[in-house]
Design a protein around this ligand. Structure first.
Ligand SMILES: Cc1cc2nc3c(=O)[nH]c(=O)nc-3n(C[C@H](O)[C@H](O)[C@H](O)COP(=O)(O)O)c2cc1C
Length: 371
């Protein structure tokens, strides 16, 4: 009996396995719109890579984008173009479709990685970034600290994007509070030095992310799961700690959060990450055990048996895979085969299952129902 390929239910969403494709920015949008690349990229992943496929970070406002080429969901055009992609995935894929909603805060207005990831000068189209405090990321430009009106605007942008996600028909959603982006910036004492009710102790620093979560939960369909991706630590002395993230996760759970996707780092250029196979799994395990909430483990989980043992030993409920799924969009099929279990194929692809190849010559195999 595989635990990795056993079903799990969050609210009314049941998936047949615990594999998740983690969000992965593609940096190929114009004005935040999805296009044929997204159709191909998410379309192929939806057929074979796991139980849930998350979109890349999908930004709630133009100024909240990491780069000018990032995906967004602030306009009717954004909604229409992304719906086309998700309609395809739901019609032909076997996975549930999830969206990651994001605001990059002080880490916005940079070039895509292929162009060096550095801040864009104003003369080249760079824009004023926003943050909890006037503290830049390393030597990057200083953000404008959000005042009460600014906080209300960002919260409303998350709410509108959540409503758009519901209309598109996503099955599950997560808010991005990891990797040094806006909500992580609020959580971390390295980026949040406010002295109002949104700063200070972790109770203050988590206040804005909690308000955003609560407002999004109120408009997200009651029967669908909503979770949060966190960075469990800043990997920097004096930064956000796992103890504090456990407190945040407890408060999220009390507000109806259905899962925590546990990543780490991204909020300080001086971070010292202890990289290794499954290096973030212990954080997921702590949050799962201390908070009693389903967790996704992510980061250098590359082998089916490694994934199986993380779930079977109770360290995580889901296994999220990013680079491995780009390398092999059929990761889930191959993992199932390696673990000796059956998994779902789209009808058109059933005949590629190797166990059927020797049963009869390919031309004589009975057509599937879909033909
Ligand atoms: C190309 C690429 C783009 C990424 N974009 C995002 C993103 O949009 N949102 C996010 O939370 N993480 C993003 N990540 C991080 C992944 O979701 C994941 O946490 C990380 O790659 C570790 O998992 P892995 O070892 O399976 O690749 C990205 C990673 C890659 C490689």
């Amino acid at each position: 009996m595989s635990q990795l390929f056993s079903p799990i239910t969050l609210r009314d969403m049941t998936v047949s396995n615990r594999l998740v494709v983690a969000p992965m920015c593609q940096y190929l949008s114009e004005d935040g719109n999805a296009n044929d690349w997204h159709l191909m990229h998410l379309g192929q992943l939806s057929m074979g890579a796991g139980g849930v496929i998350f979109t890349e970070a999908t930004h709630v406002s133009p100024e909240g984008r990491i780069t000018p080429k990032c995906l967004g969901l602030w306009s009717d055009d954004n909604e229409r173009t992304l719906k086309r992609v998700i309609d395809f995935c739901k019609a032909h894929g076997v996975a549930k479709m999830g969206i990651q909603l994001a605001h990059a805060g002080r880490k916005a207005s940079v070039n895509p990685p292929l162009k060096g990831s550095a801040p864009i000068a104003a003369a080249d189209g760079g824009w004023q970034t926003l943050g909890p405090s006037e503290v830049g990321y390393g030597d990057w430009p200083t953000p404008r600290a959000l005042d009460d009106d600014g906080l209300a605007t960002v919260k409303a942008q998350f709410v509108t994007a959540t409503e758009r996600s519901a209309r598109i028909g996503f099955d599950i959603a997560q808010l991005h509070a990891a990797h040094g982006y806006l909500m992580h910036q609020f959580l971390s004492p390295l980026s949040n030095v406010r002295n109002d009710r949104y700063g200070g102790s972790i109770e203050g620093r988590m206040q804005f992310p909690l308000e955003v979560f609560e407002a999004c939960r109120a408009v997200w369909p009651e029967n669908k799961p909503l979770g949060v991706r966190v960075s469990a630590t800043d990997w920097v002395e004096g930064g956000l700690t796992v103890d504090e993230v456990v407190e945040f996760a407890k408060a999220l759970k009390a507000k109806g959060c259905d899962f925590i996707d546990v990543s780490s780092g991204g909020n300080h250029p001086g971070q010292k990450i202890a990289l290794g196979p499954g290096y973030q799994v212990p954080f997921a395990e702590r949050i799962r055990n201390e908070v009693g909430i389903p967790v996704m483990a992510v980061g250098l989980i590359t082998e089916p048996r490694q994934a199986e043992s993380i779930v079977a030993s109770g360290k995580a409920d889901f296994i999220a895979i990013a680079r491995g799924a780009m390398d092999n969009p059929r990761w889930a099929w191959h993992a199932a085969r390696a673990l000796g279990v059956d998994t779902e194929y789209p009808p058109q692809y059933v005949r590629c299952r190797p166990d059927t190849w020797r049963a009869a010559p390919a031309v004589m195999i009975a057509p599937t129902a879909a033909e």
